[in-house]
Design a protein around this ligand. Structure first.
Ligand code: HEC
Length: 191
């Protein structure tokens, strides 16, 4: 290769790597969070696995309804009373509360859990093993009653142990919120 051609080649290669670098930096920096920093990895996973959609109560923000991050992942607010499910039928088989933390359907009424580390009302007394067992088995605390819809544990159970443990590490790092979530309500037929 002549020196002129070499320098043209180097210039082209540099341009290509500049494009590659641009594409790489376009991803959120947290996406590269690894096992070396489980809390950062867990924060990233909680964001992309949309835990806030259901476990953080929604309020009206400047651009419409959005999760109220001052109550991050604290579950269905104890002050928001939800009683009998609305009448459903035909194509309408389930309904959600405005907070997006209570859901009525054929399973009765389910309320999203408080995932903050509060020891009385959240996951403060859980171990990483309890959390992994709950997600993998679809049973309350890994051994109790079935975890109700729409908690997407049938999909989340496919995550690696490392990722599930990172999610738990992040959940244990967020501010404690004292909020006692109600027990689920059975469907009328089961009463
Ligand atoms: C589509 C709504 C939805 C999403 C998204 C969601 N959850 Fe849930 N989750 C629920 C509901 C509803 C319950 C309560 C179910 C019940 O009472 O049986 C629940 C319960 C739980 C529980 C309690 C399990 C137990 O042992 O009782 C944990 C832990 C949990 N979710 C973690 C998460 C995490 C972590 C994420 C994100 C990776 C997440 N959830 C995303 C709806 C959701």
């Amino acid at each position: 290769m002549s020196s002129r051609r070499t320098s043209a080649f180097v210039t082209a290669a540099l341009a290509a790597s500049a494009i590659a670098a641009h594409v790489t930096t376009a991803a959120p920096p947290e996406a590269s969070a690894t096992a070396a920093d489980p809390v950062a990895r867990g924060r990233y996973l909680v964001k992309v696995m949309v835990c806030n959609d259901c476990h953080t109560p929604w309020h009206m923000g400047p651009n419409g309804p959005e999760p109220d991050m001052s109550r991050e992942l604290s579950g269905h607010p104890e002050g928001v009373a939800v009683t009998a499910p609305p009448a459903l039928g035909g194509a309408w088989q389930w309904a959600g509360a405005g907070t997006n933390t209570a859901f009525a359907g054929p399973w009765g009424v389910s309320f999203t859990a408080n995932l903050t580390p509060d020891p009385e009302t959240g996951l403060g007394r859980w171990t990483p093993e309890t959390f992994v067992a709950a997600i993998r088995s679809g049973r309350h605390e890994g051994q109790g009653r079935p975890i109700l819809p729409p908690m997407p544990w049938p999909m989340y159970r496919n995550a690696s142990d490392e990722d599930l443990r990172a999610i738990f590490a992040y959940l244990q790092s967020i501010p404690k919120v004292r909020n006692r979530v109600p027990q689920p309500i059975d469907p009328p037929a089961a009463n």
